[in-house]
Design a protein around this ligand. Structure first.
Ligand code: 5GP
Ligand code: ZN
Length: 103
């Protein structure tokens, strides 16, 4: 856990955020400010600022498997995935995450 990281705090249970899905590698919860009718965030348990800092090659595979598993669980067959990397690209929370956007 990294201090002052909002997603680390959520993973730690500090805000009582409900997890839609979780496994060994990641937790999935609803975006607080949804940009689509279904807007989930897949967040790795290990703190990494962004894709630029990611060193664990296997982790991205596990995160995409998590996307597949959570969408199957909730019956969402059609969706977009998005990763913002860097401030100029719109990254606001500097803990790597994948957006899932669906209708
Ligand atoms: P980014 O712009 O970094 O790719 O996405 C960060 C996302 O996290 C935004 O869509 C924002 O609405 C969401 N977010 C920021 N703070 C919180 C929070 O405390 N709880 C939840 N559930 N989502 C958050
Ligand atoms: Zn973090």
């Amino acid at each position: 856990m990294t201090e002052d990281c909002i997603f680390c705090k959520i993973i730690n249970g500090d805000f009582g955020t409900e997890f839609v899905y979780e496994n060994k590698y990641a937790v999935v919860f609803k975006d607080i400010n949804p940009k689509a009718p279904i807007h989930l965030l897949v967040v790795p348990r290990v703190h990494t600022e962004s894709l630029n800092e990611l060193e664990d090659k296997n982790l991205m595979g596990e995160l995409l498997q998590t996307v597949k598993d959570v969408t199957k669980k909730i019956g969402l067959k059609s969706y977009k995935t998005l990763i913002n990397t860097g401030k100029e690209a719109g990254q606001e929370v500097f803990h790597l995450h994948i957006h899932i956007l669906g209708n």
